[in-house]
Design a protein around this ligand. Structure first.
Ligand code: PGA
Length: 254
């Protein structure tokens, strides 16, 4: 399976900054994309068109939205639709990022609506799941991952579940490792990813082996290759270390 290296810019960069970073990435990767890698940037909405323009014509580089509202259009002040994201150049969308779950109160049922709606609109969905430190300490890792994943794909019909392989990716992001500098240990990552693979087998049988599972949470240039080498790690979702193109390129080349 190809390895996906995704950068989540969160709420960073105005357009000139986005243009500069995206141009640096495109210039390096247009001739030097490592074999079997797919690079995705999730910029803020206002930067999507800028980044998409910079990536035009470069193989294996894509752009995604950090969120969307599960409706075609309507009275949803402050929200954005999948069609608007697509119009700006996005083909991927993040759903269920821990900052949206915890800062903005998104629940599993709403996340399930988004997953099904986004797929129905032709988007590739990167679904984020992960436990808090409290849940981990209470021994609830498996049940939290199981509940989040099962609910998130509950609104997808059986026929579509068999075809999720190139349309769904899972990002395992332990909440306690996001933006904290505390990267999960090798054993912890291996255990969580293998559990996610087992849950997927129950939920989407035939597609399960081909759904990429990314790790996210304090990935840096100096730990990227070690994490990528762990069983069932099919890529990385990088926050802080994706903001500087040179640092992110080191991770892409790791
Ligand atoms: P981080 O963020 O790499 O800054 O920990 C990861 C994420 O939130 O996707």
């Amino acid at each position: 399976m190809q390895k996906i290296i995704a950068g989540n810019w969160k709420m960073h960069k105005i357009r000139p900054e986005a243009a500069k970073e995206a141009a640096t990435l495109a210039q390096d990767l247009s001739s030097g994309m490592p074999e079997g890698r797919l690079v995705i940037i999730f910029p803020p909405y206002t930067d999507i068109a800028t980044v998409s323009d910079a990536f035009a014509g470069v193989n294996n580089m894509a752009v995604g939205g950090q969120n969307f509202y599960p409706a075609e259009s309507g009275p949803y002040t402050g929200e954005i639709s999948p069609a608007m994201l697509r119009d700006a150049g996005a083909i991927w969308a993040l759903v269920g990022h821990s900052e949206r779950r915890h800062l903005l109160g998104e629940c599993d049922d709403f996340i399930a609506k988004k997953v099904a709606f986004g797929l129905g609109q032709g988007f590739k969905i990167m679904l984020c799941i992960g436990e808090t430190l409290e849940e981990r300490d209470k021994g609830q890792l498996k049940s939290v991952l199981g509940n989040q994943l099962t609910t998130a794909i509950s609104a997808i019909d059986a026929h579509s579940r068999d075809r999720l392989a190139d349309r769904l990716a899972i990002a395992y992001e332990p909440v306690w490792a996001i933006g904290t500098g505390k990267v999960a240990g090798k054993q912890e990552i291996a255990e969580a990813h293998s559990e996610i693979r087992e849950i997927l087998k129950k939920l989407v049988s035939t597609a399960a082996a081909d759904i990429p599972i990314l790790y996210g949470g304090s990935v840096k240039a100096d730990n990227a290759s070690e994490i990528l080498a762990i069983d069932n790690v099919d890529g990385l979702l990088v926050g802080g270390a994706s903001l500087d193109a040179k640092t992110f390129l080191e991770i892409i080349h790791a």
